[in-house]
Design a protein around this ligand. Structure first.
Ligand SMILES: C[S@@+](CC[C@H](N)C(=O)[O-])C[C@H]1O[C@@H](n2cnc3c(N)ncnc32)[C@H](O)[C@@H]1O
Length: 258
């Protein structure tokens, strides 16, 4: 299914931003990953863009994982409904776990382990879930066991913080309580920590790209350890307007330990 066709069905469904939907769809068309994994699907908007691209490439499958409790948080529309409506259900397996996608990953590793070695399965993994250091730090190492050499990982929400949720009056998000977090835990973007301290330092990962300070890509292949920062025109324009209005931004990777 072409991008504009899937966009017509999905544009009003949260949460993926239009620019990432475009990038994700065209990444799959260009790279042709056969086995894809999505950690955190909510209503399935991003899953539908990925499935539409897989439909166009003619081969491939997406496993997407969320929480059982997500059925209460993201009632309408359901991913199953969107996949049926778009005719893309054959390209996606939907999984729901009690406590975390880390348990799904544990089961996959177990199932694919023989003679003490885990046979990798996936060519691409999109991590868009908890945004918590413990959960997504563990998820990265578990995904790494399942990701084939040459595969890619994409993280959403690079600079998201718990402090931003607390400012909205929330005490808990995605099942994680903020009540006992220290100020540094609240203010430090957790995905940025995962990316900088775990992914970028990992000897098998390279070709890092960070777009709009929010989406971070890594390639499981030998290559350059430098980061390619990309800023879209629309993002640059919006940010300039926000800066002119007095809002301050920090560049990624400026936390106290660097
Ligand atoms: C921002 S939403 C995902 C949006 C979706 N990828 C999109 O772009 O349309 C984050 C999702 O992650 C799920 N999530 C958070 N922590 C999780 C965990 N530990 N295990 C499984 N799912 C989790 C939430 O239930 C939520 O549906």
């Amino acid at each position: 299914m072409e991008f504009n066709d899937i966009k017509q069905h999905i544009a009003s469904v949260p949460y993926i931003l239009p620019e990432l939907a475009d990038d994700l769809y065209h990444f799959i068309r260009a790279q042709r990953p056969e086995r894809c994994l999505e950690l955190g699907f909510a209503h399935g908007a991003s899953s539908c863009y990925m499935a539409a691209a897989l439909h166009e490439t003619g081969a491939g499958h997406l496993d997407c994982v969320d929480l059982l409790e997500g059925l209460n948080w993201h009632k309408e529309p359901r991913i199953e409904e969107l996949l049926a409506k778009t005719g893309l259900a054959d390209y996606v397996s939907v999984h729901r776990e009690h406590t975390s996608y880390t348990w799904f990953l544990k089961k996959q590793i177990e199932a694919r382990t023989a003679d003490g070695r885990c046979e990798p399965l996936y060519d691409f993994c999109f991590i868009d879930g908890a945004k918590h250091f413990n959960v997504d730090g563990a998820a990265f190492f578990l995904v790494d066991k399942l990701l084939k050499p040459g595969g890619w990982i994409l993280f959403d929400d690079l600079q998201w913080t718990y402090a931003s949720k607390r400012a909205e009056g929330k005490r808990k998000t995605d099942g994680i309580s903020m009540l006992t977090m220290g100020e540094d835990e609240l203010n430090q973007p957790h995905i940025e920590l995962v990316f900088e301290l775990l992914v970028m330092q990992h000897p098998d990962y390279s070709d890092f790209t960070i777009k709009n300070d929010w989406w971070a890509w890594a390639h499981k292949a030998p290559g350059s350890k430098s980061v390619n920062f990309i800023y879209s025109e629309e993002f640059t324009r919006k940010r300039a307007a926000q800066q002119a209005a007095g809002r301050r931004f920090r560049k990624p990777f400026t936390h106290p330990t660097t």
